[in-house]
Design a protein around this ligand. Structure first.
Ligand SMILES: Nc1ncnc2c1ncn2[C@@H]1O[C@H](COP(=O)(O)OP(=O)(O)OP(=O)(O)O)[C@@H](O)[C@H]1O
Ligand SMILES: [Mg+2]
Length: 226
């Protein structure tokens, strides 16, 4: 499903942020990626969303080699991959409902389709009663749940979560992780980038550790150790 073959990435400063990374994640897996700040985790996420290009090696999503994706192909990729971030990235002047709908509008979704999908995904994340609120009228955990709803509108095969609990207290963080687990149970591959030791240890699922742009360990039922 996700495969990196000898992937290296350097930014303008010429330092190898990813250094010959090999990685395979199967459909339906739930994988945590851990590592010190600067290890290259977000860069890896950006390669998978097409936001950045590898300098060498290949990146596959299924059979699709996205290594040299054209600009025109990026929207197709984005529909297969949902992404959530530490800072939620909701539009402050739109309600939660409108934020979710917007993801469908930009990809040309019909009103009929939007009216059907938006309540569905808000229900999945437990926000069916709060769709009319603005981001600043709900808690951080609820904002993240709205961001997850938005990430689900195209029924992505893969959900990438880059530090999704970084701005949340322990209770809200656990709720978000439980939601990710539920989404995973329905078949979506989940890649969770996190610094949260308690969460990784509780998950007891595959853990990939990164160190200076390399995969330093990869354990089927891993614990957090850095
Ligand atoms: N656009 C960029 N231009 C130049 N260097 C960058 C850029 N983005 C990231 N870097 C550098 O690449 C390295 C890896 O960054 P990355 O954001 O992938 O790390 P990370 O593992 O996500 O760290 P954190 O845990 O702090 O989020 C860092 O040294 C960072 O400074
Ligand atoms: Mg990061």
């Amino acid at each position: 499903m996700i495969k990196l073959v000898g992937v290296s990435k350097v930014y303008a400063n010429k330092i190898k942020v990813l250094d010959s990374v090999n990685l395979a994640i199967k459909p339906g897996e739930f994988v945590s990626i851990v590592g010190q700040s600067g290890a290259g985790k977000t860069t890896l996420v950006r390669l998978l969303t097409g936001e950045e290009r590898a300098n060498s090696g290949q990146v596959f999503i299924g059979d699709w080699d996205i290594t040299r994706l054209s600009k025109r192909e990026v929207p197709f990729l984005r529909r297969q991959i949902g992404v959530i971030f530490q800072d939620f990235k909701l539009l402050p002047k739109k309600t939660l409902e409108e934020n979710v709908a917007f993801a469908l509008e930009v990809s040309g979704g019909t009103r009929k389709k939007i009216n059907k999908i938006v309540p569905n995904v808000l229900k999945i994340v437990g926000l069916e009663d709060k769709g009319r609120r603005y981001p600043n009228e709900v808690s951080g955990g609820e904002q993240q749940r709205a961001a997850i709803a938005r990430a689900l509108v195209h029924q992505p095969k893969i959900l990438l979560a880059d530090e999704p609990t970084g701005n949340l207290d322990a209770i809200n963080a656990n709720e978000i992780i439980d939601l990710l687990l539920r989404i995973n149970k329905f078949g979506t591959t989940v890649v969770l980038v996190t610094h949260n030791k308690e969460i990784v240890n509780r998950l007891n699922k595959r853990v990939i550790s990164m160190d200076h742009g390399r995969v330093s360990s990869d354990q089927e039922r891993g614990k957090y150790f850095l």
